[in-house]
Design a protein around this ligand. Sequence first.
Ligand SMILES: Nc1ncnc2c1ncn2[C@@H]1O[C@H](COP(=O)(O)OP(=O)(O)OP(=O)(O)O)[C@@H](O)[C@H]1O
Ligand SMILES: N[C@@H](CCO)C(=O)O
Length: 322
Amino acid sequence: MIVNEGVRVKVPASTANLGPGFDTLGMALSLYAWIEMKPSTETVFHLYGDHMEGIPRDKSNLIYKVAQSVFRKAGVVVPELEISMYSDIPLTRGLGSSASAIIGALFAANCLIGSPLSKTQLFDMATALEGHPDNVGASLFGGIITAVWDGSHAEYLRIEPPSDMEVLVAIPDFQLSTSKARNILPESVSLDDAVYNVSRTSLLTAALASGRMDLISFAMRDRLHQPYRASLIPGMTRILKEATEHGALGAALSGAGPTLLALVDRRNQDGVDLERFLLDVLGEQGISAKLLWLKPCTTGVTSLTIEDNKSFLEIVKGEVTV
Ligand SMILES: Nc1ncnc2c1ncn2[C@@H]1O[C@H](COP(=O)(O)OP(=O)(O)OP(=O)(O)O)[C@@H](O)[C@H]1O
Ligand SMILES: N[C@@H](CCO)C(=O)O
């Protein structure tokens, strides 16, 4: 099997759940990480950007381990790698940093050995690693995905996001690990709550697929995870309840949080009132937050051509938008 000299990939961040679609709905966002992977004589890491603090620079690194799982499955031996990464995706904030690292690593490693594995195989491997298909599906395929995981295989459909819909995220200045935000959830829920979410997830999916943005506020409500996670994100309950009064189509906790996300129709909203509302409510709780206007990202992970003489950082710096 041919092993390429090196590959560069660009992978989007993602938001999971979109309110009611717990562990099933995901949407790719216009916030990115870039990875370069090359065979090497010894394993080395070059990690750039403000979000790499604490990330290991040895073979315990997630990117390295995920790449090796691709080589094992394909029956190829590439034990030493030179890995460069630049990321604008904050860690443990609910914007799918782990999913983007997993998808970027799977895709880069597969490209490095001539792409023997299909995207379906990569999706199954990614979902097994992440535990749920929502973030990884969005980072792999782009757009909005609705996905089902049966424990060994993930099926999905991709939905083109409404073209005028933008996303305002408020990223609080504290981290919240997905495991902590999952441990707070109950083991079982009532039939009433299950029906509440099934019906809203169905309506939300159909509303997004058909561009019925007027239905989003009604559909984007949840009883399966947000109420239990509220104690971890002071101000969240008020934001979810009142964001539509300040111009949002709907609001949700992004993934496992703590980032809060509002969908906005930019044809009729400048978003200024919404920005102030989010910062004020979080500020009243003593939380400062960074606001970012993002767009749904319609393409998933992509490989970049390695241009003559351009270094990894030169390529990335030409692309960074935030
Ligand atoms: N580039 C990376 N390289 C290595 N490990 C990473 C990288 N990015 C993320 N991780 C790992 O993933 C962890 C964050 O995963 P976690 O699921 O808690 O949060 P998240 O993916 O940012 O949020 P969410 O899943 O709620 O959207 C980090 O603490 C780190 O261990
Ligand atoms: N669906 C997941 C996303 C975070 O990884 C959750 O809400 O826990």
